[in-house]
Write a protein that binds this ligand. Structure first.
Ligand code: DX5
Ligand code: ZN
Length: 216
């Protein structure tokens, strides 16, 4: 899982123009869209419930990576898998039953990720690191698009990379990722890049090209 993967975040797109903005990216090497679920409780915002995810999945020709910013994530996981979602991540901070959530995602046939808020240390992953397909390191406090990446996070990404060692676990970053900092995230160890506002401000195709150039 060392290949660079750029995942546009639908939360950063204009929802009224979604199909138009997103579909052309399919021909430009984008295979996976990042979709944020927010419950207004774990995070202050609200976005994309399971039935909207199912509708989007039917109409957009991509794999989906659903980032669950919700309490009690297990409640929604079966519906997401039924909708055809391929990648699902749960916040360590949102459930007292992290292992159970990971096992549920995998038992239903999707890839499982764990998300850590910027203030959560990585040692909380020690027990589950062998169970996950990816770790999402939040590079901003979650729930709002368009924020600045928290630069002390590079050290945390590098420490996670060390913890992962030779395991096949991807490191995903999400929040404020743009053409100026993507390379630094990569040098620290990240290989999956979620990009919201940078991708969708101006010309998404040109932004994607610039991002590709910024990465080794
Ligand atoms: C924020 C979400 C992100 C968001 C990223 O909490 O998890 O996926 O869409 O948007 P930008 O890239 O604008 O920070
Ligand atoms: Zn996200």
């Amino acid at each position: 899982m060392s290949k660079n993967v750029i995942m546009p975040s639908l939360f950063g797109a204009d929802i009224s123009e979604l199909k138009k903005e997103v579909t052309p990216l399919r021909g430009l090497g984008i295979d996976i869209l990042h979709v944020d679920m927010m419950d207004g409780s774990f995070v202050p915002n609200i976005a994309f419930g399971p039935s909207q995810v199912a509708d989007l999945k039917r109409s957009l020709p991509f794999m989906f990576d659903v980032h669950m910013m919700v309490e009690n994530p297990d409640k929604f996981i079966p519906d997401l898998v039924k909708a055809g979602v391929e990648f699902i991540s749960v916040h360590q901070e949102a459930t007292p039953h992290l292992l159970k959530s990971i096992q549920l995602i995998k038992a239903l046939g999707a890839k499982a990720g764990v998300v850590l808020n910027p203030g959560t240390p990585i040692n909380t992953l020690e027990v589950v690191i062998d169970e996950v397909d990816y770790v999402l390191i939040m590079t901003v406090n979650p729930g709002v698009g368009g924020q600045q990446l928290y630069t002390p996070i590079y050290k945390k990404i590098a420490a996670l990379k060390k913890m992962i060692g030779s395991r096949s676990v991807a490191i995903q970053v999400d929040g404020g990722v743009n053409v100026k900092n993507s390379r630094k995230c990569q040098e620290a160890g990240a290989n999956w890049f979620v990009v919201g506002s940078f991708m969708f401000s101006g010309d998404p195709q040109a932004n994607l090209q610039a991002l590709n150039h910024s990465l080794k």
